[in-house]
Design a protein around this ligand. Structure first.
Ligand SMILES: Cc1cc2nc3c(=O)[nH]c(=O)nc-3n(C[C@H](O)[C@H](O)[C@H](O)COP(=O)(O)O)c2cc1C
Length: 271
């Protein structure tokens, strides 16, 4: 990723501020569409805790989500500020007042169906698909209740990068895969500008796959870098990307052990 010139910065900021997300006019009164178009990640929270019924409704939105063969292959670890601190020795990232660690869980279906085959890649894929859908359902339920949230795969040793650590720390059985944390709370600030979203014609294809327009992708990258630069005085998108890349090797090794370990072990035992 090349550095950001003043011209690209200005173009990037203009692009972000110029984005308008609204349903087609004929559908603009639909409240669910309204939520989907307005949804944004929240990274600043008030200290006000979430009422119990609000938390229950958010968790229920996950529990009732669709899943492969209705396996419901997920597990939700619930934390408030105190229990998060007790587990991880620091506050919930971004000052959230509650957090849900979302795990893919192929352990539970196996308890009910004893001849359930062990297919590590299929298991992991199914677990990730289902748990991710549940996570988004919880995300949207939170929005509907005026609760802000941000999904985390990294910060605070709470996501898939730290699978083996979390497995140990939280006593997760094999075939329970920690994936991401949904940090929740009442937002302390308005939504702010959205990071750049690709236009529909770049992500939709009909018939054969279509490559993206390189100019649109360049604008997207300019928008990402400019937005990052405008929000963080010291950090840069490049720095963030470097941080991500510095962790992927370790993450890949950890995932490999987590996903393939169990079948290897049972093979050795001859089971
Ligand atoms: C699976 C997943 C993991 C994410 N991990 C992080 C994270 O570790 N840190 C963070 O600040 N945001 C994280 N995000 C939030 C994204 O950065 C955010 O969704 C994206 O920039 C688009 O912004 P928006 O949600 O406001 O539309 C994550 C989102 C998802 C879906």
């Amino acid at each position: 990723v090349k550095g950001l010139s003043v011209g690209r910065f200005v173009r990037g900021i203009r692009g972000i501020l110029g984005q308008r997300f609204a349903p087609p006019t004929s559908l603009q009164d639909n409240p669910v569409l309204g939520l989907l178009y307005a949804r944004r990640s929240t990274r600043r929270f008030l200290r006000t805790p979430l009422p119990a019924d609000v938390m229950t409704a958010i968790l229920d939105a996950g529990r009732l989500a669709p899943s492969t063969v209705n396996l419901q292959s997920w597990a939700f670890g619930v934390f408030d500020a105190a229990s998060w601190r007790a587990a991880f020795g620091r506050g919930i990232p971004f000052g959230g007042t509650a957090a849900i660690l979302i795990c893919g869980d192929m352990h539970r279906p196996r308890q009910a169906i004893d001849d359930f085959p062990r297919k590590p890649l299929v298991d992991y894929t199914v677990a990730v698909m289902n748990a991710s859908i549940a996570a988004y359902a919880m995300n949207i339920a939170a929005e509907a209740l005026g609760v802000g949230s941000v999904m985390l795969s990294d910060t605070g040793r709470s996501g898939f990068y730290d699978g083996l650590y979390l497995r140990e720390k939280l006593g997760l059985p094999e075939a329970v895969f920690p994936l991401m944390t949904l940090v929740l709370g009442y937002g302390a600030a308005g939504p702010g500008a959205s990071p750049p979203k690709l236009p529909l014609d770049q992500v939709v294809f009909k018939g054969r796959y279509r490559e993206s327009d390189p100019n649109v992708m360049k604008d997207w990258l300019d928008g990402m870098m400019s937005g990052y630069r405008a929000m963080h005085v010291v950090k840069s998108f490049k720095g963030q990307l470097r941080h991500y890349l510095s962790k992927v090797d370790e993450a890949e090794k950890g995932l490999h052990r987590m996903i393939f370990y169990a079948p290897e072990q049972s093979k050795r035992k001859g089971t």
